[in-house]
Design a binder for this molecule. Structure first.
Ligand code: MLT
Length: 253
């Protein structure tokens, strides 16, 4: 599949993979700091083929093709939630591309049966009601209480992004996530420096998952961002950027 992407700045490559049901815009507050610090940031727009047996893996392979087409030998890959699921698949397929890994509010496990069923129910609702179904089922759990109370502009921005996202692409992404393979086994194979960043109040991927990732990946370090939920990079961009710059600056590639 052909995946669209944007390139910002020049320097060592950092590839940022977005969450569901958002798009590359979610990295707006992070891009600029990375480019200012001498990195080239590549932001793909993740898409999935509805009906592919392992659509998430197919999309990960397409990200590898983008990297090849840009003649990039190694990059640091960062993914938030769904973007992290793609990172695990890409690591399985193309470990040699990785100079480092940034895993934010994500999980290496496949869906439980219950979670899988809830995704197919959500697909039905999306078909009937459009993206309003996502606003109702997801938005209440995405952001920290502090963000909702003290930063209503972030709440409104995320809501607008969800409403204006492409409902058909969302259906394909939900199906891809429901059918994704378990990658818990790969944690012990990841041998590149890995930064794990989670919002302290993440209700979707909680801190037990963050600790599992840290225990599993030998060269990993975990940072928890206070007053952030599932979208730690959007809710606390300054703290998030500090952690990312500190991490990427120590990797020589
Ligand atoms: C995301 O933020 O990408 C989603 O919460 C992932 C998911 O639904 O598993």
């Amino acid at each position: 599949m052909k995946i669209k992407y944007e390139i910002h700045g020049q320097g060592r490559a950092v590839i940022l993979l977005h969450a569901f049901p958002l798009d590359g815009k979610m990295w707006a507050d992070n891009l600029e700091v990375l480019t200012r610090n001498g990195f080239q940031v590549i932001v793909p727009e993740l898409e999935f083929n509805l009906g592919d047996k392992d659509a998430l893996s197919e999309t990960a392979a397409s990200i590898g093709q983008i990297v090849d087409s840009l003649n990039i030998e190694k990059a640091i890959f960062g993914g938030l939630s769904m973007g992290g699921y793609v990172c695990f698949n890409l690591y399985r397929l193309r470990p040699e591309l990785f100079a480092g890994l940034i895993l934010c509010d994500t999980n290496s496990s496949a869906d439980s049966g219950e979670k899988r069923n809830s995704r197919f129910e959500l697909i039905e609702k999306l078909r009937q009601q459009g993206n309003q179904a996502l606003v109702e089922s997801m938005l209440p759990n995405l952001l920290a209480e502090n963000t909702k109370l003290n930063n209503p502009a972030i709440f409104e921005k995320v809501k607008d992004w969800i409403i204006s996202s492409d409902a058909d692409k969302n259906i394909a992404a939900l199906a891809a996530m429901a059918d994704r393979k378990d990658h818990d086994y790969i944690l012990k194979e990841i041998n590149v420096p890995t930064k794990i960043i989670f919002g302290k109040e993440d209700k979707i991927t909680d801190l037990k998952i963050a600790e599992k990732l840290q225990r599993g990946i030998s060269k990993s370090e975990l940072s928890i961002i206070p007053d952030a939920g599932h979208y730690s990079n959007i809710e606390q961009p300054e703290l998030f950027n500090e952690l990312v710059i500190e991490f990427v600056s120590k990797i020589h590639y």
